[in-house]
Design a protein around this ligand. Structure first.
Ligand SMILES: NC(=O)c1ccc[n+]([C@@H]2O[C@H](COP(=O)([O-])OP(=O)(O)OC[C@H]3O[C@@H](n4cnc5c(N)ncnc54)[C@H](OP(=O)(O)O)[C@@H]3O)[C@@H](O)[C@H]2O)c1
Length: 286
């Protein structure tokens, strides 16, 4: 069997360069997945999936802005994330159900930063309920927050996204869709599902238009992740996970951090216009 010395010397026995030796001896600080120095804006980073993504970026040296509607709460969460990651997480208040919300948010962001490398359209809201009782305000809230806001945020942020583009470097837009937009679940989620299916489609139409600008646009369609919206500790979700998810568990922070780091880095440079199911195999197994 090959000895460690042989392995370090290389298979042909030729002594390796210091750089090669360094690569062998140390875990690779992988440039392919490096996102340090980038600037990210994550809508709805105050809980659940958005907070997980914010943590993943902040701990890797991304200057990370999160948004929420309640400034005091938001400010506390941003401060906690900065402290726990050793990185920089900053708060920007935004109500994305307001038609002017996206423009106001981008204006506030633009007063602080000259470019936007990563826009994560994560803020989302329900719109579930039986056909007999769902009202127009719940329907509208789902469409406003889940669909209208991502489009107008991209529109308003175009100059800042373009400012992040350089030869070999793309800006990256990541839309949080849902498996609820890829299939029809066993409960009634008409508005939510329609808004997410439309967001997946919007991802493709934005990708077609913005590829030539060097702005990559992709969507993630998560399965169950613990959040304010989804209680993965409830008996109903546990039973659904056990019955329908081949990996037999809900999503965890590292699962969504990993995919968002990939999509924002050079490793994901040729992924464009895709909706990626992040669901432990749920959709594949239907
Ligand atoms: N968790 C899951 O299992 C799951 C599965 C599939 C898809 N998703 C999608 O993933 C995204 C994150 O969901 P989550 O489960 O992590 O939800 P969550 O814990 O409920 O967080 C939702 C976030 O959106 C923000 N938000 C809601 N309405 C808003 C509005 N009108 N204006 C601005 N911000 C608003 C909230 O901010 P404030 O309340 O602080 O203002 C919060 O930060 C959503 O798009 C959701 O549809 C989640």
């Amino acid at each position: 069997m090959e000895s460690m010395q042989q392995a370090i010397a290389g298979h042909d026995g030729v002594a390796q360069s210091p750089a090669d030796r360094k690569r062998t001896e140390e875990p690779m600080a992988d440039d392919l997945f490096n996102v340090a120095g980038k600037v990210a804006l994550i809508t709805g980073g105050t809980s659940g999936i958005g907070r997980m993504i914010a943590e993943g970026y902040a701990e890797r040296g991304v200057r990370t802005y999160i948004t929420g509607r309640d400034f005091d709460r938001l400010q506390g969460i941003a401060a906690d994330l900065s402290a726990s990651t050793g990185g920089t997480c900053l708060p920007l208040v935004a109500d994305l159900a307001d038609p002017e919300g996206p423009a106001r948010l981008v204006e506030a962001f633009g007063e602080r930063e000259g470019k936007l490398d990563i826009l994560v359209n994560n803020a989302g809201t329900g719109g579930n309920g039986p056909i007999e009782t769902i009202d127009t305000s719940s329907w509208n809230a789902a469409m406003e927050v889940n669909l209208r806001a991502p489009f107008f945020l991209v529109q308003q942020a175009l100059p800042l996204l373009r400012a992040a583009v350089a030869p070999g470097t793309y800006a990256s837009v990541i839309n949080l869709g849902s498996i609820g937009g890829l299939h029809v679940p066993n409960w009634e989620a008409h508005a939510y599902g329609a808004s997410k299916a439309a967001l997946h489609h919007l991802t493709r139409s934005l990708a077609k238009r913005l590829g030539r600008d060097g702005i990559r646009v992709n969507a993630i369609a998560p399965g169950p992740f613990h959040s304010r919206m989804t209680d993965t500790t409830s008996e109903a979700v546990k039973a659904s996970v056990a019955a329908h998810i081949p990996l037999g568990r809900p999503g965890e922070a590292d699962d969504v951090k990993g995919l968002c780091i990939f999509l924002a880095s050079r490793a994901g440079a040729y992924v464009h216009g895709s909706t990626i199911a992040l669901d432990g195999g749920y959709i594949a197994a239907l």
